[in-house]
Design a protein around this ligand. Sequence first.
Ligand code: URA
Length: 263
Amino acid sequence: MGPRGEEKPVVRLQKYLAHAGVSSRRKAEEFITAGHVRVNGKTVRELGTSVEAGDRVEFAGNVVVVPDEKRYVVLNKPEKVMTTMRDPGGRKTVASLVPRDGGRVVPVGRLDYDTSGLLFLTNDGDMAHVLTHPKFGVEKTYRAVVQGRLQGEDMKKFIAGVRLDDGRSRPAKLRVVRAGPAVSEIDVTIHEGRNRQVRRMFETTDHPVLSLVRLRFGPLNLGDLSPGTWRDVTDRELSALRALQSDAERSTRDGADDEGDAS
Ligand code: URA
C-alpha cells in the first residue's frame, strides 16, 4: 500500500522491461527465464513476478528505469551514420542526433550506414516489436536512384518477388519517378526488412543502387524533415501507429510468436 493507503501500481516484470524499452515483452520473458534480470538484488526467473514503485530492477547488470512517458520520434538519418546507439568502431551513431530529454529512445529496425531517411525511434518496446516483426509486414517505401533505365522485365521481377540468397522476396510495388539512360529514380515499397534488401534486389538486375532514402515506414512519412534532424510524431501518426499495434496484437492474441527482423 502507498503512504495514503492507496494501492501502489504493480506491474509484471516482463511488462516493466518492455516499458523501459529493453525489448518486447516476449523477449523480456526469455531474458527473465535465462536469469538476466534481478529485482532488489536477487535474480528472478519466474514469469509471474511483479514489481512496484521503489523496486530496483536490473537487466544484464544495469539498472532499468521505466521512463515517465512514452516517446515516439522520427529522425532523418543521414548517410554515414550507424543505426545503433553505440559503435565500438567509433563511427557516428544516431544516438548523437536524437533527443536526450525524456525517455531514452532506441531505433526501430535499421537502415544501412549508406542509406538515409526515415528512422523511427521509441522507448515503447511492444510497439517496436509489432513494427519490426515480419509477420505484420509493415510497409516501407524507399526512393532508389539506380544506374541506367529499368526494363519491363526487371519491373516484373520485382512485382513477382526477386530470388535472393536468403529466399524469394515478397512482391514489391514499384513507381518510376524518373527514367533516364544514365540514372533512374524508383520508389520501391516492400513489406519485409531483410538485411540490405533493396540494394540486393537491384543487384539482381543490371541497375545497382547509387543512393537510397527511406521515405515511409508504415503510417510515418519523411516529408521535408532535413537530414540529421528529428521531430516527435504527430497525434494523428500516433493514433495510426496505435491502431496498427492493436490490430496486430489482436490477430496474434491466441497464436505463437517469434523474433522480429532487421528493419
Ligand atoms: N534496404 C536496403 O538495401 N538498405 C536499407 O538500409 C534498407 C532497406
